[in-house]
Design a protein around this ligand. Structure first.
Ligand SMILES: Cc1ncc(COP(=O)(O)OP(=O)(O)O)c(N)n1
Ligand SMILES: Cc1ncsc1CCOP(=O)(O)O
Ligand SMILES: [Mg+2]
Length: 514
């Protein structure tokens, strides 16, 4: 059953923004959208002709009907036309928070001005509205998604550079919003780029892409916040929800069309699957990172990438000893990783040397986990690193020495971060629960793997890892993933050599069915 998401927002008679956009975006992300309408705006592509807020009773009755039967996993709030509506919605949200066993995520897009430049709040009450938002609504909001104008209107901070965005986001958090996404669509900093900022608790990250030039951008704010709400409802972390929202908007801007004589709507497409539509995670040392003055110590060459490895890595055995490594190689496994967590000093170095030599003797791809210095020293085929290692390892040295680099990822944000480095392969995990490693909160499931593979495999060899065994391997291979990495399916099998043969056969069978 799909998740339920509400939009509490205004109707746009022109069909491009408001609840019309929200419901279409929710449909694209496979959730069931419900609506409580705050105003029946009279709009077309040229502007807003009337606001027509509904009465308190009309709004109240819609919220009651939904609460009685269709409890949501997430609520997106858009246009609230006046102070009374803000207070009413806040009262309801407080009730859900205090009384429902699973209160919904609340995503608030503080719509104040339409793309046409027209106001969407009752103009004589602007200050009162801003005060009511801060006092009543923000303490109940998980994510607020203002654009630069709305951020300035709410905080009074003029957004001249990255530090001003940080300060404004902190201020919105002080008023109660847990996370803040500031949309850079109107920021144009650096020129020709759209840079968005997210502050989640104490953490911050920046996403950027070249500006997509089209006049037809009506409804982008409504759409982005609806996608974020839908993805939160589906269990994605905010980082991934934000990225999926950006990719959806980028794809929509690229195919936006004119309807009417003015500003057309962003197109509502489908779940994004083209890497070219995804934003870049901006890191220190990248061009955008330099433009934003991110402090940078390393001189990594982002453009150069890492040496390639075969597109289909096949069965990928991850083992913790040279004996296991040898057994796998002798039984035809061509991709093996030495993952030794409790071995140090000379013993570790000796094991790594032997593993590299065995890999060469069997003409196989042997990756060394974690110990990149020893892998470099002894000329390994490749190194496998986790996301945390990216900031400690000397990636430049690994790159210059021609070693392959495999990177772990756990979702869209980490995939895009990995993509910055142009690694030799990208792994996604854990697909299923596993006892080999604590992956609490990081179980991806098959559905996410189904999104990961088409996005990545035109660009990288892909690997699925975590909890995969003979009973699950067919479903995993069916996603089109290039390689299946396993630990226990081999090392805890009653007959490991037989298990290797069966796993290899399952991969072969799965491929021939594709
Ligand atoms: C193929 C493959 N994918 C992911 C991992 C996990 O690596 P990492 O994140 O470095 O965690 P540890 O393995 O070091 O616990 C992997 N080893 N192999
Ligand atoms: C190292 C690692 N990284 C993500 S899941 C995992 C463990 C996979 O082990 P198993 O195949 O036994 O579930
Ligand atoms: Mg590691």
């Amino acid at each position: 059953m799909s998740e339920v998401v509400w939009t509490i927002a205004g109707s746009d008679s022109g069909g491009g923004a408001g609840i019309q956009a929200d419901l279409k975006a929710m449909h694209s992300f496979c959730v069931h959208g419900c609506s409580a309408i705050t105003a029946l705006t009279a709009q077309n592509s040229l502007g807003v002709e009337a606001l027509n807020p509904v009465t308190q009773a009309v709004l109240e009755s819609q919220l009651q009907a939904l609460a009685n039967d269709l409890r949501p996993q997430a609520i997106k709030i858009g246009m609230l036309a006046n102070v009374q509506q803000i207070q009413l919605v806040a009262e309801h949200l407080r009730y859900y928070r205090d009384n429902w066993p699973c209160p919904p995520y609340v995503v608030y897009d503080p719509v104040a001005i339409a793309t046409s430049g027209d106001s969407l709040i009752e103009e004589d009450a602007q200050d009162d509205i801003a005060d009511a938002i801060k006092t009543h609504l923000l303490p109940l909001v998980d994510v607020i998604t203002p654009n630069v104008h709305e951020t300035q209107m709410l905080t009074g901070i003029y957004l001249i550079g990255p530090d001003a965005l940080r300060e404004a986001a902190k201020r919105l958090q002080q008023w109660g919003a847990k996370s803040v996404v500031i949309k850079g669509g109107h920021w144009d900093y650096p020129q020709g780029y759209c840079v968005d900022y997210c502050r989640e608790g104490e953490q911050e990250y920046w996403l950027g892409n070249a500006t997509i030039t089209t006049p037809h951008s009506h409804g982008t704010g409504c759409t982005l916040s609806s996608v974020i709400a839908s993805c939160l409802a589906k269990g994605y972390p905010l980082k991934d929800a934000f990225i999926l929202g950006k990719a959806y908007i980028n794809a929509g801007l690229k195919s936006a069309q004119r309807y009417g004589e003015g500003i057309g709507p962003v197109a509502q497409t489908r779940w994004p699957s083209e890497l070219a539509d995804f934003p870049q995670v901006i890191e220190p040392g990248s061009w955008l990172g330099d433009e934003l003055d991110f402090p940078c110590a390393a001189d990594f060459n982002y453009a150069a990438g890492f040496a390639p490895c075969p597109q289909q890595l096949g069965l990928y055995a991850v083992v913790d000893s040279v004996d296991w490594l040898q057994l796998c190689l002798e039984h035809g496994v061509k991709t093996v990783q030495l993952r030794m967590k409790d071995c140090h000093g000379e013993q570790l170095e000796e094991a790594i040397k032997q593993a590299i030599a065995l890999g060469r003797a069997h003409d196989a791809q042997v990756f060394i986990n974690d110990h990149w210095q020893l892998a470099l020293k002894h000329g390994a085929y490749g190194v496998h690193l986790g996301q945390q290692d990216l900031h400690n390892a000397n990636l430049r040295a690994i790159q210059d020495a021609g070693l392959r680099l495999g990177l772990s990822t756990h979702g869209f944000y980490e995939m895009l971060l990995a993509h910055n480095y142009r690694p030799s392969y990208i792994a996604l995990g854990a697909i299923y629960p596993t006892t080999t490693k604590d992956m609490t909160g990081q179980i991806q499931g098959l559905q996410k793997l189904r999104h990961f593979v088409p996005l990545m495999q035109a660009h990288y060899p892909t690997v699925a890892i975590g909890g995969i065994d003979l009973t699950r391997i067919a479903a995993v291979v069916n996603t089109g993933v290039g390689s299946v990495a396993v630990v226990r399916a081999i090392t805890e099998a009653a007959h490991p050599t037989q298990a290797i043969a069966q796993l290899q056969q399952a991969i072969k069978d799965g491929r021939s069915e594709q």
